[in-house]
Design a protein around this ligand. Structure first.
Ligand SMILES: [Zn+2]
Length: 244
């Protein structure tokens, strides 16, 4: 896919999807340039312009949520205005809006059922993943008519299991809930592989093995993306999804 915002298009079925990077926006300094978050001390006018460019790119108004590392899922009203609420996942069957989820090391997870037309985006960091945000998102999609066996997923750029260092007890706690998350850094210390954990959860939810696209860069290693671990003052990029 060609995109003026440097997006890497995942192989989702039934939806148009993209992951933004740092290029293509108007923010400067630590937020250069396509920062999409309003809570990270960037110039608000710049963020509004960046969001406007992204909406033009995807061809529909963007719906964001105020993300708080919860497992709360926001199902959009069937028509009309989509209010900004506090949640970490958004679900809809609507075609007139695009869903956006912001990250800078956490997993941006995009989900689409090409049969029912139900789509979703989710923000899954350590806390959200362990809290069940992906299971809650799939449950909300199912309630709108999606079937797990029809679902496709793309898990975008995020910090990898060889970089995401955590204390030993944190790794043990995570592995007790999702064994696939246990990992080790390249320098030999305890780490978490959130991507492997997300794949395991989606497979457990009934996704077909070939329906999950998880081959995306590590945000800490790849400077095309914002990374909170690289710099605490930074922007957020987004996974964006619109029903095709
Ligand atoms: Zn890495």
């Amino acid at each position: 896919m060609t995109s003026t915002l440097g997006a890497r298009a995942p192989r989702l079925r039934g939806a148009r999807a993209l992951f933004t990077g740092r290029d293509g926006g108007v923010s400067t300094g630590d937020h250069a340039s396509l920062n999409l978050a309003r809570h990270v001390r960037d110039d608000d006018a710049a963020v509004i312009e960046n969001r406007s460019r992204l909406a033009a790119e995807i061809g529909a108004p963007l719906v964001f949520v105020d993300q708080v590392h919860s497992a709360d899922v926001h199902v959009l009203p069937a028509t009309g205005e989509a209010p900004v609420v506090t949640a970490d996942a958004i679900v809809t069957g609507r075609e007139d809006v695009a869903l956006a989820i912001m990250v800078a090391d956490c997993l941006p997870v995009l989900l689409s059922d090409p049969v029912s037309g139900v789509i979703a985006v989710a923000h899954a960091g350590r806390k959200g993943l362990l809290g069940g945000v992906l299971e809650a998102t799939v449950a909300a999609m199912t309630e709108l008519g999606a079937r797990p066996g029809d679902l496709t997923a793309s898990i975008g750029p995020a910090i990898c299991g060889a970089c995401y260092e955590v204390p030993e007890d944190m790794r043990a706690d995570a592995a007790a809930r999702i064994p696939a998350t246990a990992s080790t850094t390249t320098w030999g210390t305890p780490a978490l592989d959130l991507r492997a954990g997300a794949v395991a959860i989606l497979q457990g939810e009934g996704f077909a093995q070939d329906a999950i696209d998880a081959d995306h860069p590590c945000t800490l290693e790849d400077e095309r993306f914002f990374s909170y671990r690289r710099s605490a003052t930074t922007g957020r990029f987004a996974g964006v999804l619109r029903r095709a």
